[in-house]
Design a protein around this ligand. Structure first.
Ligand code: DGY
Length: 421
């Protein structure tokens, strides 16, 4: 069987009727940015089904505009924290109370290039979501985050400074982790990290999921290069869509203002000592201390000065000789690097997708080809895993993973949708 066919089979096995779960066992619901990447992959063979991936995700949108990180259409006792732990959330469908990196507008722009009706159908929902980020999460001019889960990079060492500065709630309700039943605990976040993740959830529930209070008063507040660059890129895609569907000047001006704010905010996360874009604790001002696989998303967002881009390239060139498979999620020369533990080292398919696309769009063709080719080699060697050991190319955490299948398809189908590589 070809890898393309295997990828299509994985996406059908993970189909739950209009939406796709990331993988059976570990992730039994609809995840936000997973679905955006899944739509890209399914669009290569069934555009209508790809579209329902997007509209089912939007069904979970809250009245304040937020599209949550997980939509709970059932209560699966095999997943924790499920709907009961998040408490009374504010959408029509039970969900988490936080969001996830907003790649959706970028994907919608690509998939609706010749379908203005579909573009118009979802535009207002996307606009409301972006407005939510800019209103509910902006701190000192940059869109920040209140929870490592919101960044999609749960236990990346980026978050250590923010997590170290917070306490585990003394009244944290007891719980049993389920993730470690489905995958090797050595690959997953530590117990202390989990206790802190749940402490933030408890705080959110305590303030009735008032998102501004969660941002201003919550236990954790960091700026994240992933959310920052993904949103900046998505704002640019949203502006292009607003023009193409004839939105009012007021809306065009608002999006243009978000973009200007985002361009200026790139400097807020420029870590001079490291010569890299990194996360930053918005309470203490301290920077995290490693080059991650989001540092290079400045190319994807088309932002940063010539000097910042050159230093980013230098870091990538240095890292490229340390690993066989680019791009590790954490700097292999940093002390916290662990090649198999979730976001502490493995390379991630969706990140390689965005990184390769951005590099290619900005004319960095050699590095784009390396980032794309290294992921493809890992998939050819090991299969469609959630993430991969960057030294050996072995798969980590979960197999039969939807976004890995989707990225493979989007890169390999006959009539390429991608500008990249
Ligand atoms: C999990 O359950 O580990 C997820 O990453 C949270 O979104």
């Amino acid at each position: 069987m070809t890898l393309m066919q295997k990828a299509i089979d994985i996406l059908s096995q993970n189909d739950r009727g209009g939406y796709t779960i990331p993988t059976k066992g570990l992730y039994p619901y609809q995840w936000n940015w997973d679905s955006a990447f899944v739509a890209l992959g399914i669009a290569t063979y069934d555009m209508d089904r790809a579209w329902s991936e997007i509209t089912t995700l939007i069904e979970g949108q809250w009245p304040d505009g937020m599209i949550p990180s997980i939509i709970f259409r059932s209560d699966d006792p095999d997943y924790f924290p499920g709907p009961s732990r998040w408490g009374k959330t504010l959408g029509d469908i039970p969900s988490t109370g936080i969001s996830q990196p907003p790649v959706l507008a970028t994907v919608v722009r690509k998939l609706t290039a010749d379908n203005p009706a579909r573009r118009a159908e979802v535009f207002d929902a996307l606009y409301a979501w972006h407005k939510w980020w800019h209103d509910a999460r902006t701190v000192d001019g940059i869109v920040a985050t209140v929870h490592p889960w919101e960044t999609g990079r749960d236990n990346c060492p980026e978050w250590n400074i923010g997590l170290e500065a917070m306490e585990i709630a003394p009244d944290l309700a007891p719980y049993t982790r389920m993730d470690n039943k489905h995958s090797n605990p050595k690959f997953r976040p530590s117990q202390e990290q989990y206790d802190k993740f749940l402490t933030i959830v408890q705080f959110g529930e305590h303030v009735g999921w008032d998102q501004r209070r969660l941002t201003d008063e919550g236990p954790f507040l960091m700026a994240d290069p992933n959310i920052h660059f993904v949103l900046l890129r998505a704002d640019k895609d949203l502006l292009a869509m607003a023009k193409s569907v004839g939105k009012s000047q007021e809306i065009l001006d608002q999006i243009a203002a978000w973009i200007a704010k985002g361009e200026a905010a790139s400097d807020t996360i420029w870590n001079r000592d490291l010569g890299a874009f990194t996360a930053r604790d918005m309470r203490s001002g301290a920077f995290s201390n490693g080059f991650s696989n989001c540092s290079a998303l400045c190319f994807y967002a088309d932002t940063g000065t010539a000097e910042q881009r050159a230093k980013t390239r230098d870091n990538m060139t240095r890292i490229a000789v340390c690993v066989d498979h680019m791009l590790p999620s954490w700097d292999p020369e940093a002390p916290e690097f662990e090649p198999q533990r979730y976001w502490c080292g493995p390379l991630w398919p969706q990140m390689n997708y965005m990184t390769a696309l951005g590099l290619s769009e900005q004319g960095e063709f050699d590095m784009a080809a390396r980032v794309q080719g290294d992921l493809c080699r890992a998939i050819e060697k090991s299969g469609f895993w959630e993430c991969f050991n960057p030294i050996t190319g072995e798969g980590c955490v979960s197999n039969q993973f939807s976004w890995t299948a989707a990225v493979w398809l989007s890169w390999h189908h006959e009539t390429k949708l991608e500008g990249a590589a």
